[in-house]
Structures are given as structure tokens and as C-alpha cells.
Design a protein around this ligand. Structure first.
Ligand code: AOS
Ligand code: ZN
Ligand code: ZN
Length: 388
């Protein structure tokens, strides 16, 4: 039987990167709601991310988005983050907002557009050298809306060539992670729609290229934990974008829609040695807050990941192996469900208190007055938002 005291040291190894854009306003294609206290600068976004880390000790890094988080002096930004107790993490490129990319970016038929998209990624790599970031994350909006609109084969070949140029610029310690998404904004075909395509593309590049799995980017009913298992088995799971979804790419609080799915994913992460300080898998959130406050929204998410990680670590592997080997269908299922149904909240609260944190970080944050203070202080200027 695995007990909570067995997993205590492992819990300290959890690190979840927060996306800078989670702290800006976001919405749907119908409306973006402004929220009092929303950051106006990247420094204020980093400050808010650091607040999440102060209350949880789970979020030591902030992912940047270029150009939304562009600054003149990245060394100064790196120092600013360090003063707040966090570091700058994954750099996310953006080839989905300029008119020139209407018909694609790294896959475009026009060499001039493709060149521009490649150069944007080279600029991101230069920035990564200054920020000290390891990973370049590429998510492409490339695709078509109608059968016949584009030559899917040609687009795939151009994608490979473009990625090859970007990959060649990576430093020894840097990596490229290629994110897949089955649809949206393109509705007929997407150029990197699934893990297989991402895997094929990154495998052709080399060891420093890996797959990024966004939990919201699959068709309903997809067995995501199977994909996690397979990518870990193949040594190609580079990172997660955690969020949850009810319908499409909803980018909701992690574990809000389906905590059991989050548990099943984390069980495979643990099983495949994807968890822990030495793991090559970066845990990130990719989440937007349309109607709720952003800092507590991020606190909720990292706590949900921590809670399900604890439950996944509690799975009694020996008992599970024995039941599986014996063909004990219901016994094996019982072992898994026992871990899932274990309420770890009390033990986690005590564990936090032993590390100088509030047992209930969410309640402590809400009682701290921070939300009211930033709402009062951050008047004037322009609130940041998805796309700005
Ligand atoms: C888009 O759907 C993807 O999830 C991206 O990972 C992400 O939302 C984007 O890169 C933010 O800029
Ligand atoms: Zn994502
Ligand atoms: Zn997404």
C-alpha cells in the first residue's frame, strides 16, 4: 500500500509553468470582458504569476508570448522575474494574428511569407538566449477551410522544411516543442492536427524536438492518456498545455471539466517516468479566464494538478501489476479507483503548512486583500488581453 508519507518528497518536485496570457483579459468571439486589476504590462503579469507561486510553491516559471510580451530589454525582464521569485519559461511564437498569415505561415505557398514566419521563430530563439528559456513552443493556425483549397501534401513538405531551418538555430540546451490541435481556426484540415503528425515532424528534426500535448486539443472521447503513454514510451513528450474543455478548445481551469481524466493522464505520466525534477516533460497551463478572476483561477488550476498528481502517485503499483498479471479485471480497476477516490486535501494542507505555506492557498489569497489592492492600483493604462 502506498501512503501519503511515501509520496511527500515527490510532491516537492512539482513545477507548473504559468502562461503570461492567462493574466490578461480574454473572452470569446462574442465579447472580451474587462476585469478590475488586470495587468497592463508584462511586469504586472509576471508579478501576478509570482503571487500564484508565493501561495502555492508550484509555479516557478512564466511562459512568454511573442509579440504580446515583447520588451526592449529581456535581460532586465529576466532580472525582474528573478526578484519576484520566478523565472522566464517557454517562449510561444505567434503566426496567427497578422494579415499576411491568412493562408498559412510555415506552410505557406509563398516563400516570402514562409521566410517571414521562419524569421519570427529565429527571433524567438534569440529572445530565448536572453531570457534563459529552454523551450520554443510552436502552435500553428495553419490549415484550410474547404476541400481542394490547399495541397495538403505540399503544405506538409513546406512545414518540414521550415521547421528544419528553425531547428538548426536552436542552441545545445534549447528545444522545440510542436503543439497539435485537431481543428480551429481552420475547419476542414489543420496542418498539425494530431500527435502522429507532430511526432512525425519532430522525429525528422532530431532529439531536441518534441511534441507538446494540449489537453483541450482532441476530439471528444479521445483517450488522451493513451497518447501520453505512447509519447512517453517513444521519448517524445516534451510538454503539456493543461486546461479543460467541455466542447471545443475551451481553455478552462484544469480539472474543472473532468478531474478523473486529469487523474488518468497523470497516472500515465507517473508510469512513464514523466514526473519529477529530472523529467524532460514540462508541465504548463494554457488557460484563459473569461469571467473569473485570473490569479485565483490559476491558483485553482495548479492546486488541481497537485491534487491529482498526489492521487496518481498513490496508485499501488505492485497491487496493480499483480491484478493485471492475474487477469483480475475488477481488482485492477479497484486499485486505480482506490487512489482516485483518496481524499488528499487534508494531507496536502498539512504538507503545505510544514513548508510555511497556508494550508488552503485559495482561501489565504482571497483573504489577503491582494485582489482589491491590484484593482485599486491598476487604473489607467491599457489592460492586457489575449491578442494584445
Ligand atoms: C492554441 O489553441 C494553442 O492552445 C496555443 O498553445 C496557445 O493558446 C497559444 O499559443 C497562445 O498564444
Ligand atoms: Zn495550447
Ligand atoms: Zn488551444
Amino acid at each position: 500500500m502506498t501512503s501519503f508519507s511515501d509520496i511527500r518528497p515527490l510532491l516537492a518536485e512539482q513545477a507548473i509553468e504559468l502562461p503570461s496570457w492567462a493574466f490578461g483579459n480574454s473572452g470569446t468571439r462574442f465579447k472580451v470582458f474587462g476585469t478590475p486589476g488586470t495587468p497592463r504590462t508584462i511586469q504586472e503579469k509576471i508579478t501576478d504569476a509570482a503571487t500564484v507561486n508565493d501561495y502555492t510553491q508550484l509555479a516557478p516559471a512564466v511562459a512568454l508570448h511573442i509579440p504580446w510580451d515583447k520588451v526592449d530589454d529581456y535581460a532586465a525582464l529576466r532580472e525582474f522575474a528573478a526578484e519576484k521569485g520566478v523565472r522566464l519559461g517557454t517562449v510561444n511564437s505567434n503566426t496567427f494574428q497578422d494579415d499576411v498569415y491568412k493562408f498559412g505561415s510555415l506552410t505557406h505557398v509563398d516563400d516570402a511569407v514562409r521566410r517571414r514566419a521562419i524569421d519570427h521563430h529565429l527571433e524567438c530563439i534569440d529572445i530565448m538566449h536572453e531570457t534563459g528559456s529552454r523551450d520554443l513552443k510552436i502552435w500553428l493556425a495553419d490549415g484550410t477551410n474547404y476541400p481542394g483549397q490547399g495541397d495538403m501534401r505540399g503544405r506538409q513538405d513546406r512545414l518540414a522544411a521550415s521547421l528544419g531551418e528553425i531547428y538548426a538555430r536552436l542552441g545545445d540546451e534549447q528545444r522545440l516543442v510542436l503543439e497539435y490541435k485537431f481543428f480551429e481556426p481552420a475547419f476542414y484540415h489543420t496542418d498539425v492536427p494530431d500527435w502522429g503528425t507532430s511526432y512525425a515532424q519532430v522525429t525528422a528534426l532530431g532529439e531536441k524536438a518534441m511534441v507538446c500535448l494540449d489537453t483541450g486539443h482532441h476530439a471528444p472521447g479521445t483517450n488522451i492518456e493513451f497518447i501520453v503513454m505512447q509519447l512517453l514510451r517513444l521519448g517524445k513528450l516534451g510538454s503539456f498545455d493543461f486546461n479543460s474543455r467541455f466542447y471545443a478548445d475551451d481553455d478552462l481551469i484544469v480539472g474543472a471539466a473532468d478531474p478523473f481524466q486529469l487523474f488518468r493522464i497523470l497516472v500515465e505520466v507517473v508510469r512513464g517516468d514523466g514526473y519529477g525534477a529530472d523529467s524532460p516533460v514540462a508541465f504548463m497551463l494554457d488557460q484563459c479566464h473569461n469571467v473569473e478572476d485570473k490569479i485565483p483561477g490559476q491558483i485553482r488550476s495548479v492546486l488541481n494538478v497537485q491534487e491529482m498528481t498526489a492521487r496518481a502517485l498513490l496508485v499501488d503499483r505492485d497491487a496493480l501489476d499483480a491484478a493485471q498479471s492475474a487477469g483480475d479485471v475488477l481488482g485492477a480497476n479497484d486499485v486505480l479507483m482506490d487512489a482516485f477516490y483518496t481524499d488528499v486535501r487534508g494531507d496536502l494542507a498539512a504538507w503545505r503548512e510544514s513548508r510555511g505555506l497556508a494550508g488552503d492557498p485559495m482561501r489565504a489569497y482571497l483573504a489577503s486583500g491582494t485582489q482589491e489592492r491590484i484593482a485599486a492600483e491598476r487604473v489607467g493604462g491599457t489592460q492586457s488581453g489575449w491578442g494584445a
